[in-house]
Design a protein around this ligand. Structure first.
Ligand SMILES: Nc1ncnc2c1ncn2[C@@H]1O[C@H](COP(=O)(O)OP(=O)(O)O)[C@@H](O)[C@H]1O
Ligand SMILES: [Mg+2]
Length: 286
């Protein structure tokens, strides 16, 4: 458990933002955001399009500096323990991966030099050493059956499992997944959520996952960060996603309904405008 390995001491947060403010160009995307995530926790990052969810991930990855406040990731400044993070970006250029075999997509996660879909160039000896771990991860995501087929010929759900396998193959201490449920049908969403939950629990990996709908995540979630209106609210799901809390966060009346089967419905959530300003700008919108 050394700082070098990117593992934090027991009790210390894996991710910690304190009064963090980020600016892109002349725009403040969000400000005074404080977040603390413990090892093994499964956290959803929710909020409207353009609210700054991907921006939050970029800060944690060390790709974007804060304007003020502080950020610690795996006990160090963001970017220091890059190699201990498994990352699945939101915009994935899968066309480039079309003819690459499924298991080669997973192998790319071992090189650690790239995130996403780079070109695989790996020597023969290293390939042998890596094969055991790749098989292990293919089993974990239940992808052995199609791992030898070209990536481009697989279904969305199959591709997603392989990309998650790529993100976890190096035993990361932190998983950062930007909208991994996008474009999956409900059964596949549920399967991917179970899979991530398993990785969190079995390997004490913290997972941060950006999503649009909290419902597929509810059975698995520990923690929520809700980004909206230039601010963020965080905590346990049933404390964050409430009528009072979201109304306060958005600055307009929001209603959270709980269905008889336990799902949450958020009514009246405005989309973020292109140019973020004061809260009253949202008045009168849906
Ligand atoms: N490189 C950039 N240059 C200018 N604006 C950006 C850049 N990246 C993101 N933004 C803006 O920052 C805001 C937050 O973006 P993002 O974090 O991607 O939102 P989300 O992931 O919540 O949909 C958006 O309004 C977006 O247009
Ligand atoms: Mg995004």
């Amino acid at each position: 458990m050394t700082a070098e390995s990117g593992r934090v001491p027991p009790g210390a947060p894996v991710v910690e933002l304190r009064d963090a403010t980020v600016r892109v160009g002349r725009r403040v995307i969000w400000s005074d955001v404080s977040v603390a995530i413990a090892p093994g926790e499964f956290t959803a990052i929710l909020g409207p399009n353009g609210a700054g969810k991907s921006t939050l991930l970029k800060v944690l990855l060390g790709m974007l500096a804060l304007e003020s406040g502080s950020a610690r990731v795996l006990g160090a400044a963001p970017g220091v323990h890059r190699d201990a993070i498994g990352y699945l970006p939101q915009h994935r250029d899968l066309a480039a991966a079309g003819r690459i075999q499924g298991r080669e997509i997973v192998r790319l996660g071992l090189t650690g030099a790239h995130w996403g879909i780079p070109v695989p160039i790996v020597g023969r000896r290293r390939r042998r050493d890596e094969s055991g771990r790749i098989d292990e991860v293919l089993d974990l995501v239940d992808a052995r059956a199609y791992a030898d087929r070209p990536f481009g010929e697989l279904s969305g759900g199959e591709q997603q499992r392989l990309l998650i396998a790529q993100a976890v193959v190096r035993h990361p201490a932190l998983l950062i997944l930007d909208e991994p449920l996008d474009s999956l049908d409900l059964p596949n969403q549920a399967a991917v959520v179970r899979l991530i939950r398993e990785v969190c629990s079995a390997q004490n990996v913290a997972a941060l996952l950006v999503a649009h709908d909290v419902n597929p995540l509810l059975p698995a979630l520990d923690h929520v960060v809700y980004v909206a209106n230039g601010r963020a609210s965080q905590g346990p799901v049933r404390e964050v996603i409430t009528t009072a809390n979201l109304s306060d966060l958005f600055g307009v009346p929001i209603e959270v309904l709980s269905t008889s089967d336990g799902r949450l419905v958020v009514v009246g959530q405005p989309e973020a405008p292109h140019h973020h300003g004061h809260r009253h700008e949202y008045q009168g919108r849906e």
